[in-house]
Ligand binder design. Structure first.
Ligand SMILES: Cc1ncc(COP(=O)(O)O)c(C=O)c1O
Length: 509
């Protein structure tokens, strides 16, 4: 063996023994020998001496170092792989993949999982939705409308009506694209063409389908900065390179530079009552954005989920989808989560036919079609005017909640400690803390007092958000919201006096 190769082999074998805290000579020669190697490596992984990603020496090198046959090492590595503890990659080597887990014997399940899913480690959304339904937590974190305004009686009547008149349709399978009557009602109320609608189990499903449909690993995607955390997570998990476009500046020259530099596969934006900032893109910027997207042939995914939630100010400008008259570059996502209730899991996508057809082909394998009963019931509510009456009630209540939250924050928190603009719509106050106060420290203190808010970090595709908080003002009735604001005031004051607070280990708590 050439000298350099020998040195490398020694290093790799020594690395293993150093990690295990043993040396080759001390390896007991109990038989079968391969079991002994398995036990040693398993123990080293269990004790955390070799973390996921640690590379084991090549079989030949380990065999030479231990003066045993290569077949013995191969058997040991196979056994470790069968137990899910290591994984071999042709041409790259063998790597530790998971720790042994007593609860999941006979093997470590994580080690059996596809490499592509092991990156799904961010628990933000799961923690958010769990806390939103936990009565012991006052959640200002998840984006939830005033659910106590939900039109329960008309909903009840619509369920009875559907079951009395269309039970067969409700219980049968339905088309993947969605129930024809529902697609007609959506097109009629929200614009577009019924044939160009795909009904979804929520907007988040639409983002997932679009990521699968349009993104290859390494493709660049331009995303609002700050932008919706669920979109960021979905595009990131699809392997996209995320590039932020500053929402506050909405500078088209900057966007053009990004298009030239990164050649993105798509632009994702939430231009109306944006999550998290509450800002709305002016119509002129919308037209320029469309012109740019058409010129560079980059599709726009317009997330229009907050369009109906304007509470003050003029009505929002037309959607990018509406302004894009030939519907050439814009794909629009929408949802009833913010208009009615997130628990319904009901949304839709409007796009050109080839996109709708392909998305339906992808959807059918994960979710053959969206639940018929909720489609038919919500269809009734759209058709009989309940939805529009409810939206009027919701806007008035959201306005009350926004004003009560702003009043309580102003009353209890010095202006220098919390900056925000009062939004004209949406659901959030996007707040900035002074540089000396960490958002995580405030979040952690609030959690200890059973109040949940989000820090700014998950809304950025790059660094940012350490000193920002997102407060959902719509989720709690005004008195409860005001109470939570008092708690936040205490937490901010305490964090200001103890800036080196232990950081929270979880992003969402
Ligand atoms: C901008 C935006 N898009 C999509 C979603 C997801 O909505 P759905 O509940 O319909 O999946 C949310 C939820 O917070 C959101 O804020």
């Amino acid at each position: 063996m050439p000298k350099a190769a020998m040195r490398q082999a020694d290093q790799s074998v020594n690395g293993l023994f150093a990690a295990l805290g043993v040396d080759a000579g001390s390896l007991p020669r109990t038989r079968p020998l391969y079991r002994r190697i398995v036990a040693l490596v398993e123990d080293g992984i269990a004790r955390g001496r070799m973390a996921a990603g640690f590379q084991l020496p090549p079989e030949r090198d380990l065999a030479a170092a231990l003066a045993i046959s290569r077949a013995t090492v191969v058997s040991a590595y196979r056994e470790l792989e069968a137990r899910g503890l290591v994984r071999g990659y042709v041409g790259r080597g063998t790597f530790v993949s998971a720790r042994p887990d007593a609860a999941s014997a006979p093997f470590a399940w994580r080690g059996k999982m596809a490499a592509s899913v092991l990156q799904f480690t961010d628990t933000t959304v799961r923690d958010l939705v769990r806390a939103a339904g936990d009565p012991s937590v006052v959640s200002l974190a998840a984006g939830v409308p005033a659910l106590d305004c939900f039109p329960a009686a008309p909903f009840h009547r619509a369920v009875n009506h559907v079951l009395a008149t269309q039970a067969a349709s409700a219980w049968c399978h339905g088309p993947t694209e969605g129930m024809p009557r529902f697609r007609d009602a959506l097109a009629h109320r929200f614009g577009g063409d019924a044939e160009h609608i795909l009904v979804l189990a929520g907007a988040q499903q639409g983002l997932d389908l679009l990521a699968r449909c349009l993104i290859d690993r390494g493709d660049a995607v331009v995303v609002d900065r700050p932008g919706y955390l669920g979109a960021i997570q979905t595009f990131r998990n699809a392997g996209a390179r995320l590039v932020g476009w500053d929402v506050a500046a909405a500078d088209l020259d900057e966007l053009e530079e990004l298009l030239l530099r990164y050649r993105p596969k798509l632009i994702y934006t939430n231009p109306t009552n944006q999550n998290p900032t509450g800002s709305t893109m002016p119509v002129r910027t919308r037209r320029e954005l469309l012109e740019l997207a058409a010129r560079y042939r980059v599709p726009i995914v317009e997330d229009d989920t907050y369009r109906e939630l304007g509470i003050t100010g003029p009505p929002p400008p037309p959607s990018l989808f509406t302004l894009d008259e030939g519907h050439e570059v814009v794909i629009r996502i929408n949802s009833f989560s913010k208009m009615l209730a997130p628990g319904l899991r009901l949304g839709w996508i409007s796009a050109v036919r080839p996109i709708v057809d392909q998305l339906a082909l992808i959807k059918q394998v994960v979710d053959p079609h969206t639940q018929n009963l909720s489609q038919l019931v919500v269809c009734d509510l759209v058709e009989n005017g309940t939805l529009d009456a409810h939206l009027a009630t919701l806007r008035a209540e959201h306005r009350r909640r926004r004003d009560a939250m702003v009043h309580a924050l102003r009353q209890h928190i010095p202006a220098a400690q919390l900056h925000y603009s009062v939004p004209d719509g949406g659901m959030y106050l996007w707040c900035r803390l002074p540089p000396a106060i960490s958002a995580r420290a405030v979040q952690e203190r609030a959690r200890r007092e059973s109040v949940m808010v989000l820090t700014g970090e998950p809304f950025y595709v790059d660094q940012g958000g350490d000193h920002q908080l997102r407060i959902c003002y719509t989720a709690q009735p005004a008195p409860r919201g005001a109470q939570a604001a008092r708690t936040l005031a205490r937490c901010i004051a305490a964090a200001a006096h103890a800036p080196a607070d232990a950081p929270a280990t979880m992003r969402v708590v």
